[in-house]
Design a protein around this ligand. Structure first.
Ligand SMILES: Nc1ncnc2c1ncn2[C@@H]1O[C@H](COP(=O)(O)OP(=O)(O)OP(=O)(O)O)[C@@H](O)[C@H]1O
Length: 240
């Protein structure tokens, strides 16, 4: 199965090439194959929705893509690096190029909005002014002026905007979002996905979004579905 990039900003060639990918948990009779014999190509810059019932393996696939989990078997090549075989250093470098967005935002409650955005780059030496970049991103997600607020002072949608800014601070080439609208009402969810798409596109980032929400899935370029750890659909573009 192959998923192409649509629209501006895409570069030639697949950013993600997956072949015969497998990941299991547990042992013996309790062994669960969360991802099994999965093959897929996603071109750089594509925005892909990943659908499927609970337990079908979506989060596991996202964790594999992000380099948080290691595959048991198969190939998982992201920007030329096979994460199944990469050494520790290469895996760390990969993780730095991934922006993560979660359903429950995972903001640190004691930190200000600005400091939350800065968290991923605090330990890193980066070729830009971290604070200036964080402020710029907060502006881009519509939160200029709220830098000193704490997460508890923000609505759910605003907290997810902070999480999106945090995901972008390291200039990711891949954005992995696990149910990013799952804690939001549906209008806010579509708005947040629109924002994520816009900021992702501006950076030509490839984006994979796990979602149960049909509206969110339809707003992506492609929809792929999983069941029992396998892909069930062929990644055809949905009609506009
Ligand atoms: N760390 C783990 N240890 C044991 N089993 C796991 C682990 N992670 C995932 N699983 C199992 O793997 C299967 C796939 O889980 P996964 O979370 O990837 O599915 P999902 O499609 O993301 O589900 P949901 O939509 O509910 O988040 C499930 O049976 C789950 O219980």
């Amino acid at each position: 199965m192959a998923v192409d990039a649509e629209g501006a900003g895409a570069t030639a060639g697949a950013a993600i090439r997956i072949s015969g990918l497998g990941r299991s948990f547990g042992a013996g009779d309790a062994r669960i194959a969360a991802v099994r014999d999965l093959s897929l190509e996603i071109a750089s810059g594509a925005v892909v929705a990943l659908c499927g019932p609970s337990g079908s393996g979506k989060s596991t696939l996202l964790h594999l893509l992000a380099g948080i989990e290691r595959p048991d078997c198969g190939q998982l090549v992201v920007d030329g690096v096979d994460l199944a075989r990469a050494g520790r250093r290469a895996l760390l470098d990969h993780r730095r190029r991934v922006g993560l967005v979660f359903q429950r935002f995972h903001l640190l409650p004691a930190l200000s909005v600005l400091d939350n955005v800065l968290v991923p780059v605090v330990p890193l030496r980066v070729p830009f002014d971290k604070v200036a970049r964080a402020r710029q991103l907060l502006d881009a997600v519509g939160l200029a002026g709220r830098e000193s607020a704490t997460p508890a002072q923000l609505s759910g949608g605003q907290q997810q905007r902070v999480a999106i800014a945090r995901a972008l601070i390291g200039d990711p080439t891949l954005i992995v979002a696990d149910e990013p609208t799952g804690s939001l009402d549906s209008a806010t969810g579509v708005e947040i996905l629109g924002l994520l798409r816009r900021v992702g596109r501006e950076r030509s980032a490839t984006m994979v979004v796990a979602t149960h929400d049909r509206d969110v899935a339809e707003s992506c370029d492609y929809v792929i579905s999983m069941r029992d750890g396998r892909l069930t659909s062929d990644g055809a573009a949905l009609p506009a």
